[in-house]
Design a protein around this ligand. Sequence first.
Ligand SMILES: Cc1cc2nc3c(=O)[nH]c(=O)nc-3n(C[C@H](O)[C@H](O)[C@H](O)COP(=O)(O)OP(=O)(O)OC[C@H]3O[C@@H](n4cnc5c(N)ncnc54)[C@H](O)[C@@H]3O)c2cc1C
Length: 293
Amino acid sequence: MKPAPFAYAAPRSVEEVVALLAEHGDQAKLLAGGQSLVPMLNFRLARPEVLIDLNRVPGLDGIRLDGGLLRIGAMTRQSTLERHAEVLARCPLLPAALHFIGHPPIRHRGTVGGSLAHADPAAELPAVLACLGGEVVAQSRRGERVIPAAELFVGLMTTALQPDEVMTEVRMRLPAPGAGWAVLEVARRHGDFALVGVVALLELGGEGAIREARLALFSVGPTPVRARAAEEALAGRRPTAEEFQRAAALVEEALDPDSDLHASAEYRREVGGVLARRALTQALARIPGREAR
Ligand SMILES: Cc1cc2nc3c(=O)[nH]c(=O)nc-3n(C[C@H](O)[C@H](O)[C@H](O)COP(=O)(O)OP(=O)(O)OC[C@H]3O[C@@H](n4cnc5c(N)ncnc54)[C@H](O)[C@@H]3O)c2cc1C
């Protein structure tokens, strides 16, 4: 199918973008990498009157490490972030998660902001943002506001971004040096959307007990799901196989996924628990000198 007719705008500044958004509101759509939007246009699942192309707007891409914060321009290509040397060194879970997104040509076009704004429940980046405790910056004629990950994803493919807002920056808290991490998912083939996935971060304290565990699951509900009960149960405990098994049971208990064409709710719940346990085990093994006992 071909898209329904639309007008095309190629603004050259963020000011122009927000002016166009203020004028057209929900009749407009922003075009980033086009990897999700173009298929939606072709299937006529999206029928904007105006397409606002962000690809010629300077200053919307770039990667900066700012103290403990990773700042990523919304138009940064997924492949650029995946290969960034400092990101690989300081936050390896991010490139590992990006590697699961489709295939290289998709990641060459697809952007970080586009993936977060699209908010597919099976997407990796929203779960990374949830796990790292990130936030995004949104700009409109009304000014700039910061939206924390916990408030960004409000429902199935729905974010707190308003129709007159453009996401300009994504900020993620860098894990503490020496923290363990894992990104695991089950998909039919590499590059397919995940049937179930998990992003895990594990920090130990001086005594070897768990200082903080973070688990964000994806493709198990309309938005990324933080496994809060499991995280709380792990805090202060010794990182043993038994504790990880107990945490996995709490993850399974907390999940309330839907069944669809690809997997049943029962499958997703059970695999969610299994992946959480494996991710914690893998995260621990990545902490220098540690392995599950
Ligand atoms: C074959 C295939 C396989 C894929 N597999 C995966 C996968 O396994 N995992 C995964 O996560 N993704 C996957 N994707 C999707 C891909 O990662 C897209 O890149 C991503 O979902 C959207 O990013 P984009 O830059 O292409 O955004 P676009 O498609 O251009 O836009 C997507 C949506 O976000 C909005 N938007 C974009 N940028 C902004 C902004 N700065 N501010 C506000 N709104 C904005 C657009 O208006 C649109 O509604 C796959 C895509 C394909 C084609």
